[in-house]
Design a protein around this ligand. Structure first.
Ligand code: DC
Length: 335
């Protein structure tokens, strides 16, 4: 069979965000993913999904080998949000939607133990590395910059003092109607900090080349602006390449919006797909073999978007022929 042409973004940035619990990682990652049309990939959700599966199947969380064997047998996916219920992403455990189930108090209570097992971390390494290799992601966790994606485009270490983090978490819990003492929340955070930083395998630490952002005195908007500036500065250094798509028989140089749109499309289709698949899924066309054809299709997509497609932070899903394509507003190159 002739090899089908493949398109892949030449550079799809990997933004690594690490830091202690309640440091603002989720808020920042969500905002960056939205602004820059990237997938928000929360590695903590993987450990939470394994913990949930262990609890459901009566596998003792402290039995390292049993939990690791379970982790190896599970198929855990982190995908763009597919329900309008405020979720930042969708988590599937062997096909089942567990996005909210992994946030239960029972999972909270056991996830640190599960994530401290070296064998469990090894079991989850491949899936995380694959996500990093595909690129176009904001990956969040404790060891993304140090272990999972040491080659990340940008590494941010988000820190805040324990008192500030405890107060933020306390406010969140109270907003959810949970009556807890601030002191208790602080103690629980400190306990988790100790577990995350003190464990032997992949402890939480600052990567040598990470940019440390201390958020004690930053508003959310300031934190996001700082991070967007950092990403743009990094990406600007590789300009030209970032705006190209590699085809199996050449390279197509695209306008920034075209590139961002293609990157989003390719990512939604599991990162790399054939030109024919992509074109057929979106436009019912099949011949997309040259750089010129890519440009034409990108232009027509741009027109469609200008005529009322996704704008601002809206994300639109197009379903066609079994493909689920996510169109996100381009943002990587915008001023
Ligand atoms: O960020 P979170 O609260 O969802 O993380 C859940 C647990 O998983 C927490 O104890 C830290 C741990 N974790 C980890 O060890 N490594 C990661 N890359 C992400 C999370």
């Amino acid at each position: 069979m002739p090899k089908r042409p493949v398109i892949a973004p030449v550079i799809a940035p990997v933004i690594a965000i690490d830091g202690p619990a309640a440091g603002g990682k989720t808020t920042l990652a969500q905002a960056l993913a939205e602004r820059l049309a990237l997938l928000y990939y929360d590695t903590g959700a993987l450990y939470r999904a394994v913990t949930l599966a262990a609890l459901e199947r009566d596998v003792p969380p402290n039995d390292e080998q049993a939990v690791a064997a379970l982790a190896r047998s599970l198929r855990i996916e982190i995908a763009p949000p597919d329900a309008p219920d405020g979720r930042p992403y969708t988590v599937r455990l062997d096909g089942r939607d567990v996005t909210w189930a992994i946030r239960s108090a029972n999972v909270d209570a056991h996830v640190s133990v599960v994530s401290a097992h070296p064998a469990v971390r090894r079991a989850l390494l491949a899936v995380q590395r694959r996500a990093a290799r595909r690129g176009g992601v904001v990956m969040v966790g404790r060891d993304v910059g140090t272990v999972i994606a040491p080659e990340a485009t940008l590494k941010i270490y988000l820190s805040a003092s324990p008192a500030v983090r405890a107060e933020r978490r306390w406010r969140q819990l109270r907003a959810q109607g949970q009556e807890v003492e601030l002191g208790e929340v602080l103690n629980e955070l400190l306990r988790r900090d100790d577990l995350d930083a003190g464990r032997a395998t992949a402890p939480l630490r600052l990567a040598d080349d990470a940019v440390q952002l201390d958020t004690d005195d930053l508003t959310v908007e300031e934190m996001v602006e700082r991070a967007v500036d950092l990403v743009r500065a990094r990406v600007a250094g590789t300009e030209g390449a970032t705006r190209a798509l590699r085809l199996s028989h050449g390279t197509a140089h695209l306008a920034p919006e075209e590139y961002a749109l293609f990157a989003a499309l390719v990512r939604a289709r599991e990162q790399v797909c054939s030109c024919e698949d992509l074109a057929e899924a979106v436009w019912g066309r099949t011949a997309l073999r040259s750089a010129a054809a890519v440009r034409t299709v990108a232009r027509s997509l741009r027109r469609r978007l200008a005529e009322g497609g996704p704008r601002g932070p809206r994300v639109e899903t197009v379903r066609r022929r079994g493909y689920r394509l996510l169109l996100q507003p381009p943002g990587l190159f915008e001023e």
